[in-house]
Design a protein around this ligand. Structure first.
Ligand SMILES: NC(=O)c1ccc[n+]([C@@H]2O[C@H](COP(=O)([O-])OP(=O)(O)OC[C@H]3O[C@@H](n4cnc5c(N)ncnc54)[C@H](O)[C@@H]3O)[C@@H](O)[C@H]2O)c1
Length: 406
């Protein structure tokens, strides 16, 4: 009898403890929820719009479902134009699952959104959709188009340009991801065009046991050049990087594998490589200036027939004199027996990779803009502040204003 009572007591105490525990847990959850709502109330909720890109052969999208998920947690509403993510592998349903709402047209998206997140600059069909005081966060490349600059001035929108967001060390965090894609792609396409059926020499980058690997020459050891070197080295090629920045060469020499060599980029050094180069990558950039032409037309004769040139720097004029911009439909042309690949938007060919690479870099800035509103966001974030190019019908970028006389 005594043991029975003792067991009853033990069971009752246990049940009571479980009950107490569940109450504490329940209250704690409610308390945590309350704090979360109090925190969310201090933020400014935003309607964020993601229109479908309409530029020819542009398949990237401004936000992934993962981005929608995170912004949604902060209470923002995301509006996606139907099928905007399809080209990058994201269906409407994937966005809806994370809390986005789908709208039928770009006009609907622009009409409701306080903040538009895009990839490419607005095209003329979009100009009239943009509202006064709407925030537009995208690549603009205003310097390339007076028409676009004037159209955005007319809209009185707040234009924050990806390409102008700049960190304290002068690096451009929203351009780097696309340079990384282009650098790696340069070796993939270069290797393909070295094949005989494509008009190349008919060489494999890595050779095979007993057969020498191909020679890859990279002009410029920045982001593009480094990624290209890593890919080429991984395939077993004999790689040389030329750069005029000695500290960059020191850095590259420290971490690159043994089949990557570095050399100071004098004209003499470049010329000495031409007779035995198989694949040449142009990856030079002079910030704020036109790319120097390091390979002249007469230099083509010094190379073997079927040599492949990939001028990644073509979007800034190119570092090969004979380079002219090509497209993904028709990426190469031959001149003096030398193949030229000069696609100005290389990342466009791999939208799934490019969208992920771009949006992982843009999302933190989108979050700051959405959480704080643009004024507080640029006041609290110097990098984002540099991206503010135009608002209230006025140009905020001194270089741009001077070049367009505006
Ligand atoms: N075609 C495309 O789709 C595409 C995509 C991304 C980037 N890009 C272009 O690729 C180019 C390189 O971009 P990045 O991000 O690597 O730039 P980056 O600034 O990281 O690197 C440029 C490098 O060039 C070096 N350099 C400057 N002058 C030189 C010279 N005379 N000789 C040798 N090296 C020299 C610099 O020291 C630097 O290391 C840019 O023009 C960029 O616009 C094109």
């Amino acid at each position: 009898m005594f043991i029975y009572l003792l067991n009853e007591l033990r069971q009752n105490i246990l049940l009571y403890m479980i009950y107490l525990h569940s109450i504490i847990l329940h209250q704690w959850k409610r308390l945590a929820n309350l704090f979360r709502w109090l925190f969310l109330l201090t933020l400014k909720f935003m309607n964020i719009g993601i229109p479908k890109e309409i530029k020819n052969h542009e398949f990237r999208v401004g936000l992934t479902p993962a981005g929608v998920h995170d912004l949604n947690l902060n209470g923002h509403q995301i509006w996606i134009e139907s099928d905007a993510g399809l080209g990058s592998g994201f269906t409407n349903q994937m966005y809806v699952n994370e809390g986005a709402r789908i709208l039928a047209t770009a006009a609907d998206v622009y009409a409701i959104a306080d903040l538009i997140v895009k990839v490419k600059e607005p095209l003329s069909a979009e100009y009239d959709l943009i509202k006064n005081s709407q925030i537009i966060f995208t690549y603009f490349h205003f310097a390339a188009s007076r028409e676009l600059t004037e159209a955005m001035l007319r809209t009185k929108a707040i234009c924050l340009a990806y390409e102008s967001v700049e960190l304290a060390d002068k690096s451009l965090p929203l351009l780097i991801p696309m340079s990384e894609v282009a650098g790696r792609m340069a070796i993939q396409v270069g290797s393909y065009y070295l094949g005989k059926p494509q008009g190349g020499k008919g060489k494999m980058l890595g050779g095979v046991p007993g057969v020498q690997p191909a020679n890859v020459l990279i002009l410029g050891g920045g982001v593009v050049g480094t990624q290209a070197a890593k890919m080429a080295a991984g395939l077993g090629a004999n790689v040389t990087i030329l750069d005029t920045n000695l500290s960059r060469l020191r850095y590259l020499d420290d971490f690159m594998p043994a089949n990557v060599h570095t050399q100071f980029a004098t004209s003499y050094a470049i010329q000495s490589h031409l007779p035995h180069v198989d694949l040449l990558i142009g990856a030079v950039l002079l910030h704020g200036s036109k790319t120097p032409q390091l390979i002249k037309k007469e230099d083509l004769k010094k190379m073997e027939l079927g040599t492949v040139l990939v001028d990644v720097a073509v979007d800034q004029g190119g570092c090969i004199e004979t380079c002219r911009p090509t497209t993904h439909e028709n990426p190469v042309y031959e001149m003096d027996g030398i193949l030229h690949y000069c696609v100005a938007n290389m990342p466009g060919a791999v939208p799934q990779t490019s969208t992920l690479a771009l949006t992982q870099a843009t999302l933190p800035y989108v979050q700051i803009l959405a959480n704080l509103g643009w004024k507080e966001a640029i006041a609290s974030n110097d990098a984002l502040n540099k991206g503010l190019t135009l608002y209230d019908g006025k140009l905020f970028h001194p270089g741009l204003a001077a070049s367009f006389n505006l």
